[in-house]
Design a binder for this molecule. Structure first.
Ligand code: AHR
Length: 317
């Protein structure tokens, strides 16, 4: 990787900065379209590439790691200049990342991390996924102010870094508060439809009166769960408090209607910082940090959620 990139850099150092990206062909292995947030990330990535004159080769893995591995191998065979990878799960990447490295093709991770040696990728652009869970947990601690509360949890895709880390962070956030306990926790695979199905099963097993709060690892599952709660004759946001992650337009609409209580924002623009890092590396050899952290902002009912919805609704979610 280094040799090829340095050769490109030495040639390109004679060109104006705006000329660098125009010659690049980059492969993007996207997970799929499980959530509104994921759709926005795809939109923004395509826009960022277009803006920079990058030829982006897009591969939708339809939630399957094997499809992502095939896509990476295909990008390597085509000799792309770099690969953007949003890894569906955390493990099982070493071999294919090694193949990319042997072909001197830098890989940049978007929004999720991998359990692999750091030298197998150039950088990872992600939020602090544990912190997001901690913020959600701390919000609920404050909201309940010592009152007893049974929590149900909708986890993201099993084995994915956000599902692992957001669970860990939330548990840390509520630790030491004996009034709060997680009574059920199951995956809803980050989708609206599974969020609804699993919430229905929670309500059936526990009865609505025994559930005081829902923590969902993303907003789409929360939106599905809101539907299930309403169909059970309960008031989401009141009978059952709801905190989730992403800040997609629909959760702000639900918050504006008082049907959800809090969300933590995840920017869909992971590609911008990743492409900036790649371009800087190709321009003058600047080695990016292994982790480029994006911000996490908490929104509650104190915010103007209708205005946030209006602002976000046409951004590709
Ligand atoms: O990896 C980021 C997560 O993946 C988002 O929070 C979720 O909506 C998406 O599917």
């Amino acid at each position: 990787m280094k040799l090829k990139a340095m050769l490109i850099a030495s040639v390109m150092s004679l060109l104006p900065l705006s000329g660098y990206a125009a010659d690049l062909t980059i492969g993007f292995s996207q997970i799929g379209s499980e959530s509104g947030w994921r759709a926005a990330e795809t939109t923004v990535t395509k826009q960022e590439a277009e803006k920079r004159g990058i030829n982006l080769k897009f591969a939708d893995a339809q939630q399957k790691q094997e499809n992502q591995i095939k896509a990476i191998r295909s990008f390597v065979a085509q000799g792309v200049d770099a690969i953007l990878l949003a890894p569906v799960v955390a493990t099982g990447w070493d071999e294919v990342l090694e193949e990319a490295r042997e072909s001197e093709i830098p890989v940049l991770l978007l929004d999720r991390t991998v359990d692999a040696p750091e030298d197998l990728y150039m950088t990872a652009v992600t939020s602090d996924l544990v912190h997001e869970g901690r913020v959600a947990g701390t919000w609920l601690v404050d909201e309940m102010a010592g009152a007893k509360c049974n929590i149900v949890e909708l986890q993201g895709t099993t084995g994915s870094s956000p599902a692992i880390d957001r669970k860990k962070g939330f548990e840390e956030g509520i630790a030491g508060h004996d009034n709060l306990s997680i009574i059920r926790s199951q995956t809803g695979d980050f989708t609206r439809s599974q969020g609804k199905v699993v919430m229905e099963s929670f309500l059936k097993a526990e009865g609505g009166d025994n559930i005081c709060a829902l923590y969902a690892h993303n907003d789409d599952m929360a939106v599905g769960a809101i539907q299930a709660i309403k169909e059970a004759g309960l008031k989401p946001g009141q009978d059952i408090k709801i905190v989730s992650i992403d800040s997609v337009p629909d959760i702000h609409l639900a918050m504006a209607d008082g049907e959800a209580n809090a969300t933590i924002e995840l920017t869909p623009n992971m590609a911008g910082p990743a492409l900036d890092a790649l371009e800087a590396y190709l321009a003058d050899g600047t080695v990016p940090p292994k982790w480029i952290q994006t911000e996490s902002k908490l929104y509650t009912l104190k915010d103007d959620n209708k205005a946030i919805y209006e602002m976000k609704k046409d951004l590709g979610y």
